[in-house]
Design a protein. Structure first.
Lengths: 461, 461
């Protein structure tokens, strides 16, 4: 059995170009879930036919939105579910791309294109990992379940329903989540959980239409309401002022998280500041405190602000409406619905009860305890592939509906992925390094082998 | 001489269609000064050739920006300067127009098109008025000077220079300003002055680029700075908090204004509320207090607010910059430069010294004293044409560089115009009523006759 990793690595070294070709085909389909429809089915069909070629039993099904691709291969008792999504963020602003976003372009050892990192590169790498372990999948007793979602970038609106209806299929002993990034120190980042998401839009309305601003002494301008309301959400030190905002956090999660945070290298924070050209973090946070804020605390952010004339030059107008897009990210133990209710009550108490509050997406956080076997297998596989131990973080600052696995289906999850610190996910010139693509493929293959071995050993104990 | 008005009215009744045709040609040239160049010269040439046909001595000249059209006709000692502008506001949002903005369309007795009211309709009507008085211009001792600007909608950046260089040409005994609107009560509004303008854009900057908002606990978001700064400019009652903001107002202006305001009909305020579907004015203002705020106090307004993602749906981002467009309108006696300096100092004292403050336009207010002959002539002409006395207001809530005449050249000015309460200037479906177009033409013709007669009488006294 010890030869399996060597065989898998040999296969990948000899065949990785095949999966770059698959990635090329995936990137060429503009699966922007926010705006496109036909392209979603095209991509789901492509993924279905690839999985079928590999010998998988495949189902493509819509649960009211863009189709979900479900594929299963192997029939052993060591089941593992692999979650990814084939939809991507809009490519705009187009003028900021050096090459067309929907054309995979190789340059300086890097592959550029929308979805190269988030999340098509990972899909292609997982498909390569599958081929690498296929020859001994039965010996390992593996049953691998793929689930490719088409709505992750729009908040996974129908995925909870899919998980409910397909729980028998999706439940497994362990799972691999969608992403992983290599840091500047060459170490793979393995994240044990993701924050939740409460994305809302708050709108204030004034006169029936935009009005000449000569009337400003008389006609109410909703932009003033908006800015006043927002200053009640956060103070100048970055402290969030919504009552109960920090309540409900799972103490077990905090304990686990604090232990992991102790091992993190503060150099990462210095690099982040340098990369973004900022002098200080919010509220002057540094070191452990900064990691704690990022990885254990809920966040509240202004994603977008709009009112009136925002084009070039000057236009004199009293806007008839003014709005803000806000993302709130709860941490494990917190109920996003309770945060929303607290926020609404707070707005009402402050005299902003006339504000419209629209919800774009809402789901809780989810995380896996550090000692889980699938995490151990992931760490061990990463050590071998990357030559250095991975950086294990308790919770990403970002969000994903991982709770559907960790909390609903009770499947422990580990991260793995082909991105790196410069991947520019969601931004122009999204890219991955070819080296990371190959390593990410190897990592998943070895993770599968290692995890199956662990489960087999545990059984024989 | 008493037959002159009758003759002028007869001419206009028989020939007004000719000037609708001229308006049609003017509207067809998209003279959007904010974005267009070639069209500006096309329109200036058209105006020049019309004036020449009428017998005027014409000069078309650029003072660094869009060309100015200067025309003079008559050689008497009773000089009057007529100011208008041939540039227009951008037509956007295009989808809100029922007919194309750059096509003059007649519907239900109304003429629709960008510039129909502001300000091409007035230009065409003034050209008609000129033809109506041409036969007896010498007997009246009139010398009429036209000045058509091409940059009013972008804050008249080079007009001060033009006025300086052309002061000998532009100086006159009296003048007619660009606009006038008929109210719901059928009375022409004559405005004796306009507020000034200080249009600024304040921008806060954060990270070098937009960043994934998972980093919100650490990466500063300039939108928070922006909203906090704005709440220091105005309180919840609409009171402006910038130190010294209400200082410097000319007491003579306030005395004149208060007398005129006493005669205003509060029904106008009720109609404004109804039209805009608002329940209350800012700070609960009503009646005389509302008129005073509108017509004697400086204003400060948010014209536009922008940060991050403002499109449909959700995008999770920390914006790298956030900005606001603000128009400040000083009243007579106030120095916009001093207001700007006070504002900058205030921002610095509040800890917002890092904000960028960009200036789009800056000029002071200007007004004419109620007893001036040109105002009396305008009132008398309006009484005859509209059958009811005009509504004389001390100062428009809106702005215009009228100070260049009233304060720099010392020319008393009066308003006159073809608009009405439903003209939707600066908005989609801008329009005038044909009836007002004809009456506006008659009003200017009779004003010219009346004013010349007054001056001749004064001389013979």
């Amino acid at each position: 059995m010890t030869t399996y990793p060597d065989k898998a690595i040999k296969y990948i070294n000899e065949n990785y170009r095949k999966y770059i070709d698959i990635l090329k085909k995936l990137v060429e389909i503009p699966t922007v879930s926010a705006t496109n429809t036909k392209e979603m089915m095209d991509c789901a069909s492509l993924l279905s036919s690839i999985l079928k070629e590999q010998g998988a039993r495949v189902e493509v099904k819509s649960f009211g939105g863009h189709p979900l691709v479900l594929g299963e291969i192997g029939s052993g008792s060591n089941s593992i579910v692999i979650y990814n999504h084939y939809d991507v963020q809009p490519p705009e602003p187009l003028e900021s791309w050096d090459t067309p976003p929907f054309e995979l372009t190789m340059r300086d050892g890097k592959l550029y294109g929308r979805g190269a990192s988030d999340n098509k590169g990972n899909i292609a790498a997982r498909l390569g990992a599958l081929d690498a372990v296929l020859p001994f999948i039965d010996e390992l007793g593996l049953r691998i379940k793929f689930v490719f979602e088409g709505e992750e970038e729009v908040g996974s609106p129908t995925f909870p329903k899919a998980v409910e209806e397909k729980s028998d299929f999706l439940v497994a002993q362990g799972g691999i989540w969608e992403t992983g990034y290599v840091g500047r120190d060459g170490r793979l980042g393995i994240t044990l959980g993701f924050k939740g998401m409460l994305y809302i839009e708050i709108i204030f309305r004034g006169a029936a239409r935009d009005t000449h601003s000569g009337n400003a002494p008389l006609v109410p301008n909703p932009a003033w309401d908006l800015v006043r309301m927002l200053t009640h959400l956060k103070d100048a030190m970055g402290r969030i002022l919504v009552p109960g905002f920090h309540e409900g956090i799972k103490s077990e999660f905090l304990e686990d998280a604090e232990k992991l945070i102790e091992d993190l290298d503060p150099k990462r924070l210095i690099e982040l500041k340098k990369d973004l050209q900022i002098e200080h973090f919010v509220g002057g946070l540094e070191g452990i405190d900064a990691f704690k804020a990022l990885m254990t605390m809920p966040s509240l952010n202004i994603c977008g602000l709009y009112a009136g004339y925002t084009g070039k030059g000057a236009k004199t107008v009293i806007p008839s409406y003014a709005g803000v897009k806000i993302d709130i990210r709860p941490v494990p133990g917190q109920d996003p619905n309770m945060i929303l209710e607290n926020l609404k009550r707070y707005l009402k108490d402050l005299g902003f009860g006339h504000a419209e509050v629209n919800i774009h997406s809402m789901y809780p956080a989810g995380y896996t305890k550090p000692g889980e076997k699938v995490v151990e297998a992931s760490i061990k596989a990463a050590e071998r592939v990357y030559g250095v131990p991975p950086v294990v973080t308790p919770l990403s600052g970002g969000s994903g509906p991982i709770y559907l696995f960790t909390d609903v289906l009770k499947v422990p999850m580990t991260g793995a992925g082909v991105g790196y610190y410069g991947s520019r996910s969601h931004a122009p010139n999204e890219n991955i390094r070819v080296e990371d693509f190959i390593n990410g493929m190897k990592h998943v293959a070895l993770l599968l082998i290692e995890y199956a071995s662990m489960l087999n050993e545990a059984e024989s104990d």
